[in-house]
Every structure is written in structure tokens, then in C-alpha cells.
Ligand binder design. Structure first.
Ligand SMILES: O=C(O)C(=O)Cc1ccccc1
Length: 309
């Protein structure tokens, strides 16, 4: 089989690479990118086959960089999702004392997920933003960091030869980040499983009272549960928002097709970003009347009412 190339939010040792390891353990296939748009750009240009990027974390919610660069560029397809439990350490050159840490380098999401721990344990310290947690660790190891410790995962502390000066750094020990694997638009659709997700981008008709409610009703009437919904600015004028949505089900499910038909009829823009197996594979409980056979039976009945049936 041809070698698969995966771009990811790098450098080596990011949480994103930990997610990538779940689907490809061979590091020779991993191509680090400076940020999420760059990782996706490599797929759009055909330089890599897939990109792995964070989309949602249990503390901060949606990752805007990912949602926006999916929404505002040429079409891509999500083919898989991965969950990574997030555990941080503070890593620094040997001999660094915790009480001397005044500036912490990390990715903004890392900072957001540890703010309370940091202020309780270190008092007033400044955040120095880095392009990723591992980029902070790498800068620290190279000796050109303008901070005293990197907030990163244990793997990158080890990879970059830093000393762990605090472990279990987290506001919420159960924090999880969800990552997606994204391929080009023409990639085959992943097969249906007992539990799938579908990701969409939807714009609403402008200046219409109740447009958001009407859009949500397309899902509600077919018993389709949403697992994430984010409003993001369209970007052309103030007050214009679009929605990034994950819902439970696969585009091969009749109820999802009915939602898509409803959205397409009533919304000025609907983009499909793929259907893929949910990471947990917890079976979806269907509301009565929303299974494939219910739709098929209803269609047969309607057809029987027509004159030439
Ligand atoms: O910076 C990283 O290591 C990433 O992969 C992004 C990130 C940062 C913090 C929490 C989850 C993901």
C-alpha cells in the first residue's frame, strides 16, 4: 500500500501527534505543520493525504482555527475522530525551581485548561503564547525561550529532554480533546457503523425571525441529536453568523438525508464535511419512527396514493 502522509499541528510531541498515533504509528509518515490552517492547506494542495487537527475540547469548546479554516476554504472531508485525554506537566531546564517560574509558555488552549491550577499554585504568572505545547517545550530545550517553563504533555517534556517540575497540572483532571482526521473531498465515505457523526456548515436566511429555530427543527423533527453547535462569524459584515454542527448519524441514514434535504431547501448555504465513526461507538438510540425502514415504509405508502401506482 502507498505510504500515507499525515500533516498535523507540530512539532513532534503535540497532543495532536498523540491523536495521530492512534491511526498511524509510523512517524516517517508524520509531517509537522506550524498551525491548523497550514496542516489543512497541505491536504488542499495534495502535499499530504490527511491532516489531523484539534476540533473541540471539553473545557474550551470548539477550536475556532479548525472550524474557520474548514468553513472558509475549498471542500475537505472528515474521515475519523480521535479522543485524547489531556494531562499537562510543567517542564523546564534541570535546576529550575517552581517558585521561580514567572512566565509560562504554551498553546492558548493549554493555558485555558490550566489557568486555575496555575494561579492557585504559582500565583501571578504571565502566559507566553506558543504555536503548540510542544513548540514551547522545543523552544525551552533550544535555550531561546522567553519564558521559564513550558506547559506541555509528559511525552514532549521527555522528547525535548526537559525536567518535569510539576505533574498533574489541570483544572479538570478529566479534560479530553477531540481531534479529526481530514482528507480531500473525493475520499471514499467511511462505512456506516452503530454510531456515526456528521459534520455540517450551515448559513441561515438573513433577517428572518425564527430562522435559527427553523433550522434546528430540521434536526429535531427527525430525532437527530446534535453533539456540537458553534456560531462563527461569516466574516463579510457585522451580525452575519454561520453554524458549525456535528450531529449523530451517517449520511446513509434516511433521517440524516431528510435533515440535509430540509436544510438545503431552506438555508442559503449547507456544506457537508463528512460522516465518520464516533470515537466512543456508543450505539445511537433512535426515536420511534426515525429508522430507515420507517422512512421507506412511509415513502411506499405515499407512492401508493399516486394515480399510476
Ligand atoms: O499544542 C498542542 O499540543 C496541541 O496539539 C493543541 C492542543 C493544546 C492544548 C490542548 C489540546 C490540544
Amino acid at each position: 500500500m502507498a505510504i500515507m502522509r499525515f500533516s498535523y499541528l507540530g512539532p513532534r510531541g503535540t497532543f495532536t501527534q498523540m491523536a495521530l498515533m492512534q491511526i498511524s504509528e509510523d512517524e516517517s509518515e508524520h509531517v509537522p505543520a506550524i498551525d491548523v490552517p497550514a496542516a489543512l492547506r497541505m491536504v488542499r494542495r495534495g502535499e499530504t493525504d490527511f491532516a489531523v487537527v484539534p476540533i473541540e475540547n471539553s473545557v474550551e469548546g470548539g477550536v475556532n482555527a479548525t472550524i474557520d479554516s474548514l468553513s472558509n476554504g475549498t471542500a475537505l472531508r472528515i474521515v475519523a475522530e480521535m479522543l485524547v485525554p489531556i494531562t499537562f506537566v510543567l517542564a523546564a531546564p534541570a535546576g529550575t525551581r517552581l517558585e521561580n517560574v514567572k512566565r509560562v509558555g504554551t498553546h492558548p488552549h493549554g493555558w485555558a485548561q490550566c489557568q486555575n491550577w496555575i494561579s492557585e499554585n504559582l500565583g501571578d504568572v504571565a502566559h507566553v503564547p506558543a504555536t503548540s505545547t510542544a513548540a514551547a517545550a522545543a523552544a525551552m530545550a533550544e535555550g531561546n525561550a522567553n519564558f521559564d517553563a513550558a506547559l506541555c504533555n509528559p511525552l514532549s517534556a521527555e522528547q525535548y529532554g526537559l525536567t518535569v517540575i510539576a505533574e498533574g497540572v489541570a483544572d479538570n483532571p478529566d479534560a479530553v480533546t477531540r481531534f479529526i482526521c481530514v482528507g480531500p473531498e473525493n475520499i471514499p465515505l467511511p462505512e456506516r457503523t452503530i454510531s456515526d457523526k456528521t459534520t455540517l456548515q450551515v448559513q441561515l436566511p438573513s433577517d428572518e425571525a425564527g430562522a435559527l429555530l427553523a433550522m434546528l427543527e430540521q434536526f429535531a423533527t427527525r430525532g437527530v441529536n446534535l453533539s456540537r453547535i458553534e456560531s462563527r462569524p461569516v466574516g463579510d459584515s457585522l451580525g452575519r453568523y454561520q453554524f458549525s454542527i456535528d450531529c449523530e448519524g451517517h449520511v446513509e441514514d434516511e433521517r440524516i438525508q431528510a435533515v440535509l434535504i430540509g436544510l438545503h431547501r431552506t438555508c442559503p448555504l449547507v456544506r457537508f464535511f463528512g460522516s465518520y465513526p464516533s470515537a466512543t461507538q456508543v450505539p445511537i438510540t433512535l426515536r420511534p419512527g426515525t429508522a430507515d425502514q420507517d422512512f421507506a415504509a412511509a415513502r411506499t405508502w405515499v407512492a401508493s396514493l399516486l394515480p399510476n401506482s
